[in-house]
Design a protein around this ligand. Structure first.
Ligand code: MRU
Length: 352
């Protein structure tokens, strides 16, 4: 088995995006080959590839695949096809802004191609742009890891939610970056991973990644966080983010908000980690962030041998919630540690 699981990479020989199918982890490590924009759309929608930065990278390669598929004959036709493909890919999931951000970069890249370039040169430029998005994500995550680690001390108990690790990004992860870096540097953290109902990204992915990296990790159900904090086992909470509004309100996996409230009650620092591509200055506050709702079947039966709820019961299954900025101790990006007032610190980071 390969040492490091890569959620996305482009295989030029096969002309395909390769992903590790995250719906099969931890039981099975299976790579899939995606050759069309539609296949990429579906893989994002059904969470075969997931996590905000990773779906941005997948969508960028999906845009390349969609543009090639239609075999455009002129730069004008290519522009039209790319625009349609990007609009289509944007509909795969609504909350993580990295998706729309990456697609808009692809459109800008095409618009910036020199006038004399033919279709083939433009398609190459698009593929290189997708490669750059992936490469930058790796580099930025290492910076996030370093900034995050500067806030932590050896031996701390750290709580995390969902999966903001390597599988959710191109390398290092965001919330898991300081943990993985700390592991290499002998920090001896003890990590508590929330199972993360209903899709169990904490159990299936975070615990899996951390065990593989040799990190001391304990898995618990989401409703056990308060008891861990009350017992004094958690010295900091580290979570990722799907979209951060201008004022610092942060959308992340459902259940993040309750952790932030608990952390405030117990006086535990609550850190959000993510690249500046996750900050959406066009959203004034969390009220402007679209929240994905997913099928109720994920709650009632998906992971069970038999249904665990009466047939036809109404369900409520938002995939994300919004943590208000006042509950967040700091937002850590590749550019540094942003503190309140976030409108000023985040705007400076994104524009600086
Ligand atoms: O529904 P998912 O699994 O895509 O949700 C992922 C999260 O909420 C992550 O915390 C977030 O995308 C940050 S990933 C570095």
């Amino acid at each position: 088995m390969e040492d490091r699981l890569r959620p996305n990479w482009f295989d030029r020989e096969a002309g395909a995006l390769r992903i590790v199918d995250q719906t099969l982890l931890p039981g099975e490590v299976q790579y899939r080959e995606l050759k069309t924009a539609e296949e990429v759309w579906t893989a994002i929608r059904i969470l075969q590839v997931r996590g905000a930065p990773a779906i941005g990278v997948a969508a960028a390669y999906g845009a390349c695949l969609g543009a090639r598929e239609k075999n455009p004959q002129s730069p004008q036709e290519l522009e039209k096809v790319l625009g349609e493909t990007c609009a289509y890919l944007k509909t795969s999931r609504p909350t993580a802004v990295n998706l729309a951000w990456a697609l808009s970069r692809m459109e800008k890249c095409l618009a910036a191609c020199p006038h004399e370039w033919d279709v083939s040169a433009r398609l190459d430029a698009l593929l290189q742009e997708a490669d750059s998005i992936l490469q930058e994500d790796e580099e930025q995550n290492l910076c996030i890891a370093r900034h995050g680690l500067s806030l932590l001390q050896p031996g701390m108990g750290l709580l995390t939610h969902c999966n903001a690790g390597e599988l959710a990004t191109s390398r290092w992860g965001t919330a898991l970056g300081p943990i993985l870096l700390g592991q290499q540097e002998g920090y001896g953290f003890h990590v508590y991973a929330d199972e993360t109902r209903p899709l169990l990204q904490g159990g299936r992915l975070t615990a899996f990644e951390l065990c593989r990296a040799g990190v001391d990790v304990t898995l618990q159900c989401d409703n056990m966080a308060a008891s861990l904090m009350a017992a004094g086992k958690v010295q900091a909470v580290l979570v990722g983010c799907d979209r951060v509004a201008r004022n610092g309100d942060t959308a992340n996996k459902i259940g993040t908000l309750s952790l932030a409230i608990l952390a405030r009650h117990y006086g535990i620092p609550f850190y959000v980690l993510g690249p500046t591509s996750t900050v959406d200055l066009s959203c004034e506050s969390g009220k402007d962030i679209p929240i994905e709702e997913r099928p109720g079947e994920e709650i009632t039966s998906l992971w069970y041998r038999q249904p665990m709820a009466p047939q036809g019961v109404k369900t409520y299954n938002p995939a994300f919630d919004v943590t208000p900025a006042p509950l967040i101790s700091a937002i850590i990006t590749e550019k540094g540690v942003a503190q309140a007032p976030f409108t000023d610190s985040l705007t400076a980071m994104v524009q600086g």
